[in-house]
Design a protein around this ligand. Structure first.
Ligand SMILES: Cc1cc2nc3c(=O)[nH]c(=O)nc-3n(C[C@H](O)[C@H](O)[C@H](O)COP(=O)(O)OP(=O)(O)OC[C@H]3O[C@@H](n4cnc5c(N)ncnc54)[C@H](O)[C@@H]3O)c2cc1C
Length: 591
């Protein structure tokens, strides 16, 4: 949530911008803005009212206290040092009602605990909390996995609906949505409560169930949270957006009604849930299509350093040519990174190729690198792995591979609480900058690719930029593309071969905690470097589209960037289901 400083900065930023023609034409939002009651206001609910809410939710109302509260304004002590150590564990963060996975964004927001939280276990709990917030005109936030980069799952002086304990998962052989009998084919699916995180879903669907469900790459991201932004998995070019596999959702809307949203009931709400960025109600259950599991899943990892600018240009040119010719298809996802120091990092994943096929695919590229030892050094030699797909999220298997995953090290932590080592730096992070832009597939054509290479070269001089190929659907299956078109995500995603991302952040930090304050000077210079790098990329683009869940807090023209021509339709859905803006989100539809 924006503090005063950030609002000033944001308004200042917007004031200096010419209005995009689409925005200038747009009619004023039909969603009413409300001033909400804050703690200390005369209208703040009485103790007796809170007690009644506690009874309504069967004792599941929590008075929230952040573990950081004792450290703010204090002197460093062993207790706070232990808290700061724990802040690097995503499972600790997820289990704390008063914390979020990111602790803030310098100049934008700081993670603030709510005053009260309903630790919901049932849809009835959610209905009671929504009704209480609406009747008392309170700020209301919803938190699942807590991974929002924009801070949209926390707010000071608010009531929180915390779904962490709503995490039941049930597999179906032949699911038909309510009211869809006769008009929809029964299909294999999984119903998941909103507070489950993706590792739990993969454990049930893949490790135990032998099937595939499209979810996020990060194991601790919340299931409902990812779906609401559209959601990319490592193999979205093969299996589509996570949001596009939504068959049905149960939603509590602002009036306290429990609605089923699917292709046959409330289809407008159903569509908006698939990538509209949330703010349409509280999702209490999702049912997602499952797919046959490929035989193999795996990855290719390496890092290569070039000895000169000229060699680095050739390296970028070669890898992009190789990508266009060999990897621009549904088999491959994830990332190539280009960073200062003339480094190319390869973190690619594969599906449906065995070890021999994976090695054969990459041999021409690595042979080319090895042929010029004077130009290229393998700082991290290639590791190519392909394994039976059922093992891909199996903790027993993953823990055998050195450095791949980290285990939750708290005493008594559930067995299997693991996370990718590559995601470790994001736990408890304070962001300095984060920007993204979709890149159209035309940039891969022979006559365009050198422009792309030059932009990547120039960007990498300023700051690391990664191309996330799984976050653009061009090159994907016809089904992945067709189902994405039926979501609220910016249609630019289907013509994009990748999402370019550049970001920067610091370790766990919090204002006024001695020795652990965010570093404003570093944050400023990081933000400048990220902007400079992404400006090199944006020069390639006639229109900038950005992924709502992985974007800039200060994204200009955000309605157009996140949703393109879908924004007005989303606004109509928002006005219908939440006309008073009970579910307010920074850069949310109607905000
Ligand atoms: C380390 C990391 C890795 C990531 N990896 C990926 C990735 O691989 N692919 C990808 O697409 N994205 C990824 N993301 C982005 C991620 O999908 C979004 O941040 C997502 O919103 C997180 O959902 P959450 O439930 O964990 O977060 P929260 O902060 O709890 O929720 C995010 C938003 O959704 C709303 N929300 C959550 N649950 C509900 C509900 N039940 N009903 C209504 N609203 C709800 C919240 O109010 C908030 O606005 C990643 C983020 C991080 C930090």
């Amino acid at each position: 949530m924006a503090n005063r400083l950030s609002r000033r900065r944001l308004l200042g930023t917007l004031a200096g911008l010419p209005l995009a023609s689409g925005l200038a034409r747009r009619a004023p939002a039909a969603v009413q803005r409300q001033t909400r009651v804050r703690l200390g206001d005369p209208a703040w609910p009485s103790e007796a009212s809170w007690d009644q809410l506690d009874r309504d939710v069967e004792g599941r109302l929590i008075k929230v206290r952040s573990p950081l509260a004792d450290c703010v304004g204090g002197t460093p002590d062993a207790h706070c040092e232990q808290v700061f150590k724990e802040l690097k564990n995503p499972y600790y963060l997820g289990d704390e009602v008063g914390l979020t996975q990111s602790l803030g964004w310098v100049g934008a927001w700081t993670s603030e605990p709510s005053v009260y939280a309903v630790a919901a276990r049932t849809t009835r709990d959610v209905v009671a909390a929504v009704n209480f917030a609406r009747t008392n005109n309170l700020r209301l936030v919803v938190k699942g996995g807590g991974h929002s980069y924009l801070g949209t799952s926390n707010a000071a002086d608010s009531l929180l609906i915390w779904t962490r304990h709503m995490n039941a998962i049930a597999l179906h052989d032949a699911f038909v949505g309510a009211g869809c009998a006769g008009s929809a084919e029964p299909q294999p699916a999984v119903s998941i409560e909103p507070g489950a995180y993706w590792r739990q879903a993969y454990d049930a669907v893949t490790t135990k169930g032998g099937r595939y469900v499209q979810g996020g790459g990060c194991m601790t991201v919340g299931v409902a949270g990812l779906i609401l932004g559209g959601g990319f998995g490592s193999w979205s070019k093969a299996f589509g957006l996570a949001g596009a596999s939504l068959l049905e959702a149960e939603v509590v809307t602002a009036g306290g009604d429990v609605r089923i949203a699917n292709a046959c009931s409330n289809p407008d709400l159903f569509w908006a849930l698939k990538g509209g960025g949330g703010g349409f109600g509280v999702v209490t259950r999702v049912t997602l299509r499952t797919h046959a599991l490929p035989e193999f899943l795996g990855g290719v990892f390496a890092a290569i350093k070039a000895s000169s600018d000229d060699a680095y240009r050739r390296l970028i040119s070669k890898i992009m040519e190789f990508y266009a010719q060999a990897l621009f298809n549904p088999r491959w996802g994830e990332q190539l990174g280009f960073a200062p120091g003339r480094v190319l990092s390869i973190t690619m994943v594969l599906q449906g190729l065995d070890q021999h096929e994976a090695e054969a695919t990459w041999r021409p590229f690595f042979d080319w690198v090895s042929a010029s030892p004077q130009d290229f050094t393998l700082v991290s030699p290639p590791r190519i792995l392909s394994a039976p797909a059922r093992q891909f999220w199996d903790p027993a298997f993953l823990e055998q591979a050195p450095g791949l995953v980290i285990s939750d090290d708290r005493a008594g932590a559930p067995a299997g609480n693991i996370y990718w080592a590559g995601d470790a730096g994001q736990a408890g992070a304070v962001w300095h900058a984060y920007q993204s832009a979709w890149l159209p597939q035309s940039l891969l054509q022979d006559d365009q690719r050198e422009r792309l290479v030059e932009a990547l070269f120039a960007a990498a001089k300023r700051r690391g930029v990664s191309l996330h190929f799984n976050k653009g659907l061009a090159g994907g299956t016809a089904e992945a593309i067709a189902t994405a078109r039926d979501t609220a995500m910016n249609p630019a995603v289907v013509d994009a071969f990748a999402l370019a991302i550049s970001g920067a952040g610091g370790p766990p930090a919090y204002p006024d905690v001695p020795g652990h304050e965010p570093d404003a000077a570093v944050a400023r210079s990081d933000a400048e470097a990220v902007t400079a790098a992404m400006n090199e990329i944006r020069k390639l683009l006639p229109r900038v589209g950005s992924y709502v869940w992985e974007t800039d807090y200060f994204q200009p023209h955000w309605q157009e960037a996140f949703w393109g021509e879908n924004y007005d339709r989303l606004l109509a859905v928002k006005s219908k289901y939440d006309p008073d803006g009970l579910f307010f989100l920074h850069h949310g539809v109607g905000s």
